[in-house]
Design a protein around this ligand. Structure first.
Ligand code: C2O
Length: 564
């Protein structure tokens, strides 16, 4: 009988503070980082463990940390989004996050959940199976490597965020894409110390735990002369899926076995691992490219650091290759049939996209500054542009039963006017473009099954919004392009082995249908994981009510919960 390790408490201290680095031809710059590391420390736990993280805020900014993909059952106060589940930790303050990782295993991650600070405050969160790596439902790899994809910004990202929200002008895109915090060899002033190297051994097998921590950029990921067998996404096992390219949106994770082409393992050598943006906004009716197209790279080295040969670059997909993105994202399925709830209690149809806010006579609702021409750039879901409350967190308001002035319970189940993706711009403007700022929640009874059709709009541009739900995984039943059509598209639902995720990249100019069971009381943010879009209101919150027992009810807040 194999002995199974007892559940343990794994404890970390996160000192969030200044880190000085030189990047992209700039001399020195101060960024915010955890324990002086970029990416921050990797948390490693085993299924069933309790994770305790003491966060000490030595940075000059208000700070929170979110544990992306952790259900937080019974610990809603540890979820981390500022003003949704907690007031931020002020400079000089601290807060201890405490949660268990029961019923979850795989690759997740953590990041700051305030302003744009997650640009540099992020790291991996790995949950191993209780039975050890031999319990993997795929051939056990000899070794594992964490691959955290990110961005470099030449600006102070907190200022970028403040400028964007004050002026209503979206922040520009990143200056470089990084692998494990380093941009690689193809940007100006490349420094050999700023290329991450994976030292691999010939004839050993490797699993990559890939995380997209970039603020705003979906990425294509490849390794020259290698392909992949995907075995999990968002910490949910998938049927083995063979591909030469991984497509990953901000918020998503992919676990993949690295498969060398015939001859590579025997020959050894050096190869580039590379990322390039999938610029989902670019298509025929919107030709402007938003992102830099320089490859972020790392080196995969089988030579023990001996060889000096120039590595080969993989052949990357074109930046607007939606067909490749869609093939990858829609072909994943769950490893084993999962229990998809068949009866739906709450049906929602939600438009998500960019547009502008109409301030009209209510200029004060264009927060924080009324614009000159009466409108300001905004994003919305069902025409409601989300803003965070200012004085108390939503979860505290819910817990105390005093929500006035904090949020309202009128998030609409459908858009104000039936949405038609094919309507011309003028018609669409009438139906959806002008939106007001608000803090609306959708209230759910405990244990309700929710189905949500997420329909991308196309104001400003069509784009693949990575929609992330806190507190739950959901099943992705179907995805498609154009208008979602209730009468024909329900036939496309996969109710047997749909992929289970916490972040779905809604196809650009299309839709995705998700389903989940609201069996976790609390305040759960759902939002676009492009921070530039979240800034402008592309979010909403589910308020899940208490169940019948103390165990299924909101616990009291921990005594060190920060005050606003
Ligand atoms: Cu990974 Cu609300 O975010």
């Amino acid at each position: 009988v194999a002995s199974v390790a007892q559940a343990a408490v794994v404890e970390y201290t996160f000192n969030v503070g200044n880190l000085s680095i030189s990047q992209l031809c700039q001399q020195e710059m101060i960024i915010t980082a955890v324990n002086g590391q970029l990416p921050g420390p990797t948390i490693v736990a085993t299924e069933g463990d309790t994770v305790v993280v003491h966060m000490v805020n030595e940075s000059p900014y208000n700070m929170t940390i979110h544990w992306h993909g952790i259900f937080q059952r019974g610990t809603p106060w540890a979820d981390g989004p500022a003003m949704v589940t907690q007031c931020p930790v002020h400079p000089g303050g601290n807060y201890t996050y405490r949660y268990n990782v029961t019923g979850q295993e795989g690759t997740l991650w953590w990041h700051s959940h305030i302003s744009f600070l997650r640009a540099t405050v992020y790291g991996a969160l790995i949950i191993k199976p209780r039975g050890g790596t031999k319990a993997y439902p795929f051939p056990k790899p000899d070794e594992e490597e964490v691959v955290v994809l990110g961005e470099w910004w030449k600006d102070n990202v907190n200022e970028l965020h403040v400028n964007a929200t004050e002026t209503g002008v979206p922040a520009r895109h990143a200056d470089a894409y990084t692998i494990n915090g380093k941009p690689g060899d193809f940007y100006g002033c490349s420094d050999p110390n700023q290329t991450h190297k994976f030292e691999l051994k010939q004839n050993k097998t490797y699993m990559l735990r890939i995380i997209n921590a970039a603020l705003n950029t979906p990425l294509f990921f490849k390794v020259a002369n290698h392909s992949f067998t995907v075995v999990a996404a968002d910490a949910c096992y998938t049927k083995p899926y063979n591909t030469d390219v991984v497509v990953i949106s901000p918020g998503q994770t992919v676990d993949a076995l690295l498969v060398p082409d015939t001859g590579v393992a025997a020959m050894g050598g050096r190869y580039y691992m590379a990322v390039i943006p999938y610029d989902s906004a670019v298509n025929n009716d919107q030709p402007d490219r938003l992102y830099s197209l320089t490859n972020g790279t790392a080196i995969v080295d089988y030579t023990g650091g001996e060889a000096t040969s120039t590595p080969m670059l993989p052949d990357m997909p074109k930046y607007n290759d939606t067909a490749t993105a869609h093939r990858f994202l829609s072909n994943l399925t769950a490893l084993v049939p999962n229990r998809v709830p068949l009866a739906v209690d709450t049906h929602m149809f939600v438009t998500a996209g960019m547009g502008d806010t109409f301030c009209g006579p209510e200029q004060t609702r264009c927060m924080p500054n009324p614009p000159i021409n009466g409108t300001i750039f905004a994003s919305s879901m069902n025409n409601a542009s989300f803003i965070l409350p200012k004085t108390t967190s939503m979860l505290e308001a819910m817990y105390r039963g005093s929500i006035a002035g904090v949020y309202t319970r009128d998030f609409p189940d459908t858009p104000p006017i039936v949405f038609d993706y094919t309507a011309d711009e003028i018609e669409m403007n009438k139906t959806l473009k002008h939106t007001l700022k608000s803090t609306k929640v959708k209230t759910l009874k405990y244990n309700q099954t929710v189905q949500m059709v997420l329909q991308n709009t196309r104001f400003v541009s069509k784009e693949s919004h990575p929609m992330h739900l806190h507190g739950f995984n959901f099943f992705v039943l179907a995805q498609g392009f154009g208008n979602y059509d209730e009468t024909t598209d329900t036939a496309k639902f996969n109710l047997v082995d749909p992929q289970e995720r916490n972040t779905v990249a809604v196809p650009t100019g299309g839709w995705a249908v998700i389903r989940f069971v609201a069996d976790n009381p609390g305040m759960w943010f759902m939002h676009c994981h492009f921070d530039a879009h979240l800034d402008f209101g592309l979010g909403m919150v589910f308020e899940v009510q208490n169940g019948p027992t103390p165990e299924t009810s909101l616990p009291p807040p921990p005594s060190d919960l920060p005050q606003c």
